[in-house]
Design a protein around this ligand. Structure first.
Ligand code: ATP
Ligand code: MG
Length: 367
C-alpha cells in the first residue's frame, strides 16, 4: 500500500504542490485511516452462511471513524480527499459529489417506497443497497440544504453506519452548524450527534487559498441555465454565507422597501426577472451593492428587441456592482459576450462586457 503522505511528499518534492503544514497534518490522519481500512471489513460484507458462522467466534470489529474535512475555500480539502481515495486499499468505495449522491438516493427511495406496503420504511433497505455497492463513501461538498434532506439524511446515515459504512467528506460548514438556525433545526440535532460519533472533524486551516491566481478554477458566470448550474449556485450561496440562516431582507430606498427574499449574512440571491424585469432603478441597485458583498443572480436571459428595458437596467446594475466591488455569481442563457448580439446598441453594451470580463478574474474577486 502506498500511503497518501508518500504521494503528497512526492508532489511537494517535484514542485506540483507547495508544502503546507496544515495539509501535512491532515494527510497524516488520512494515512492512519488508510491503514485501518486495509484490515477492516464491515460485518455485512461477510454475509452468507459461512460468514455468519465464522463471525460468531470473532469479536465484533470496531468500525473505524471516518473523517470530515472542513475549512474555507481552496484549502485543498477535495485534493486531499482524492489523494486518499486513490490510495486507500478498498475495493468497494465510491467518491461522489454530495449533491449527486442525494439525487440518486431520492430516486431510489421513491422507487422502493412504491414497492413497500403503505407506511413501510424503505430506508433500511436503501442503506443496505448503498453499503453493498460501496462501504467506503467519500462525499465532496457535504451539505444539508432543506428540511427534506435533513429528515432523510438523519435516518439514512444512522442505517448506513449500522451497516458498518465509513464516510469521508469535505465541507465548508462545521458539523455543529449543519442545518442550524432554520425551521426544523432542532429535529436535526440528533443526526449531528450521530455524525460526530462516526466522523472525526478536521479543520483544515491551510495557509492560503490555493485557487488564487487560477481564474480557470472558479467560474462565476455559469451557462446555460440548467439543474447542474443551479446546484453549483446553491453551493456557492451556502459556502459564501458560511451556512448562516436564510431570510428576507428589506432595503429602504427613497421611502420605499426593496425586499430581497433570499439573503444570508452578506450574501443575496435573486432572480434576474425580479432584479431587472421590474421597476427598479440605480438607487435600488446601489442599496443592494452597499449592503451585500456577494450577489447571486439566477436565470439571466438573452436580450432582444422585446426586453430592451431590461438591458438598460442590467447595464446600470453592472456599473454599480463594479464600482462597489461586489462579487457576482450568475446563471445565464449564454456567456456575457453573447447576451446581446444585435448590431444596434452593440457599442453601448461593450462597456458592460468589459466590466464583466474584469469581474470574472480571480484578482478582482480577491481584492
Ligand atoms: N499545497 C498546495 N499547493 C499547490 N496547489 C494546491 C495545494 N493545495 C491545493 N492546491 C490546489 O488548489 C486548488 C483548490 O484546492 P481544492 O479544490 O482541494 O480546495 P477545497 O478546499 O476543496 O475548496 P472548496 O471548499 O472551494 O471546495 C486545487 O486546484 C488544488 O489542486
Ligand atoms: Mg472542494
Amino acid at each position: 500500500m502506498i500511503l497518501p503522505s508518500f504521494i503528497y511528499n512526492e508532489r511537494v518534492k517535484n514542485g506540483q504542490l507547495q508544502k503546507d503544514e496544515a495539509q501535512q497534518k491532515t494527510v497524516g490522519l488520512l494515512d492512519q485511516l488508510c491503514k485501518k481500512l486495509a484490515y477492516y471489513r464491515p460485518a455485512e460484507s461477510s454475509a452468507g452462511l459461512l460468514g455468519t458462522i465464522t463471525n460468531i467466534w470473532k469479536k465484533p470489529v470496531e468500525v473505524p471513524k471516518g473523517l470530515y474535512l472542513v475549512g474555507p475555500v481552496g484549502r485543498g480539502k477535495s485534493m486531499l480527499m482524492d489523494l486518499f481515495y486513490n490510495q486507500v486499499p478498498v475495493q468497494h468505495k465510491q467518491r461522489v459529489h454530495f449533491h449527486y449522491f442525494m439525487q440518486n438516493t431520492y430516486k431510489r427511495f421513491h422507487e422502493l417506497k412504491k414497492l413497500y406496503p403503505k407506511g413501510g420504511d424503505p430506508v433500511p433497505q436503501l442503506a443496505k443497497e448503498i453499503s453493498k455497492n460501496a462501504w467506503l463513501l467519500c462525499f465532496d461538498e457535504f451539505q444539508v440544504n432543506d428540511i427534506a434532506d435533513a429528515v432523510l439524511l438523519g435516518r439514512l446515515f444512522q442505517n448506513l453506519f449500522a451497516c458498518g459504512v465509513v464516510v469521508v467528506a469535505t465541507s465548508n460548514v462545521n458539523l455543529r452548524n449543519l442545518f442550524q438556525n432554520r425551521p426544523g433545526a432542532d429535529a436535526f440535532k440528533p443526526f449531528i450527534k450521530i455524525l460526530q460519533q462516526n466522523l472525526q472533524e478536521v479543520e483544515l486551516f491551510a495557509t492560503r487559498d490555493y485557487r488564487t491566481g487560477r481564474p480557470e478554477d472558479e467560474k462565476r458566470w455559469l451557462f446555460p441555465i440548467n439543474e447542474e448550474n443551479r446546484a453549483i449556485l446553491d453551493h456557492v450561496f451556502l459556502r459564501e454565507s458560511k451556512g448562516k440562516p436564510v431570510k428576507p431582507s428589506a432595503l429602504q430606498v427613497m421611502g420605499r422597501s426593496f425586499i430581497i427574499d433570499e439573503t444570508a449574512d452578506d450574501v443575496a440571491r435573486i432572480s434576474f426577472e425580479k432584479l431587472c424585469g421590474s421597476a427598479l432603478g440605480a438607487g435600488d441597485y446601489l442599496a443592494l451593492a452597499q449592503r451585500f458583498r456577494v450577489l447571486i443572480i439566477d436565470d439571466i436571459v438573452k436580450f432582444n428587441a422585446e426586453n430592451l428595458d431590461m438591458i438598460q437596467r442590467f447595464t446600470n446594475l453592472i456599473d454599480v456592482l463594479y464600482e462597489q466591488h461586489v462579487k457576482l455569481y450568475v446563471s445565464a442563457e449564454s456567456n456575457y459576450e453573447f447576451l446581446y448580439d444585435q448590431k444596434d446598441r452593440k457599442a453601448f453594451f461593450e462597456r458592460t462586457i468589459s466590466r464583466l470580463n474584469e469581474m470574472q478574474s480571480q484578482d478582482w474577486a480577491e481584492k
